[in-house]
Design a protein around this ligand. Structure first.
Ligand code: GLN
Length: 208
């Protein structure tokens, strides 16, 4: 299994390290052709406007949209989440426009740009997940087709999934907790076994 980590800017090294701990090949990705052989992609935290500009300069945007169309799992973290979502309510900026949700950037204001919270994330297990928020966005609006995976105690949505796309506002790569990464890898292996099933089926139909 090969899960690439976009390595233009931001916290990509920590994700590569966690994926390797989970036994997955995790190449850093900077060029469009490096996306070709991937089974999944992580878009890490960083600065979303800078990352977007670099993605444009490196010619990555179209290829990433094609990957999403091919159902390749993509996980956006913090700035990566901003880039995956359809629109940003408080900034004039483009995104990849892949998830049917609207985000608010830097939603926690300057006085508490960073904080930590123990979150309930039922899909990763019963133990609370220690979440680190750094100048984090929030999800302000979701449309049908979006599954909410976790909220802050006041109901603010901080993790969502739409089919094979995943997004969260906090940074699992700054903890030792591998559960969120394992959850994403499950999405990757589900697609691989699904595609393999299709091939077996197609093979079956070809058999006289
Ligand atoms: N504030 C950043 C942005 O909106 C995101 C911060 C992060 O990724 N930790 O681009």
């Amino acid at each position: 299994m090969r899960v690439g980590v976009l390595a233009l800017q931001g916290t990509f090294i920590e994700h590569i390290d966690m994926l390797q701990q989970l036994g997955v090949e995790a190449p850093p990705v900077r060029l469009p052709n490096e996306l070709n052989t991937l089974d999944g992609l992580i878009i890490p935290g960083g600065e979303s406007t800078t990352m977007l500009r670099l993605m444009e300069n490196f010619g990555l945007i179209q290829r990433i949209r094609e990957m999403a169309r091919d159902d390749v799992p993509i996980w956006g973290i913090c700035a990566g989440m901003v880039l995956l979502c359809r629109s940003v309510s408080n900034y004039e900026m483009e995104t990849l426009d892949l998830m049917r949700a609207e985000v608010r950037r830097n939603a926690f204001g300057s006085q508490i740009d960073s904080f930590e919270a123990d979150l309930e994330i039922p899909v990763v297990g019963r133990e609370p997940f220690h979440a680190i928020f750094i100048r984090a966005p929030i999800i302000e609006q979701v449309e049908p087709g979006i599954e909410t995976l976790s909220c802050l105690p006041d109901g603010t949505i901080v993790a969502i999934r739409q089919n094979r796309l995943l997004a969260c506002a906090f940074h699992p790569e700054f903890t030792d907790d591998l559960r969120f990464h394992s959850y994403f890898l499950n999405m990757v292996s589900q697609r691989l076994s699904h595609n393999h099933g299709d091939e077996v089926l197609r093979g079956g139909q070809l058999t006289p």
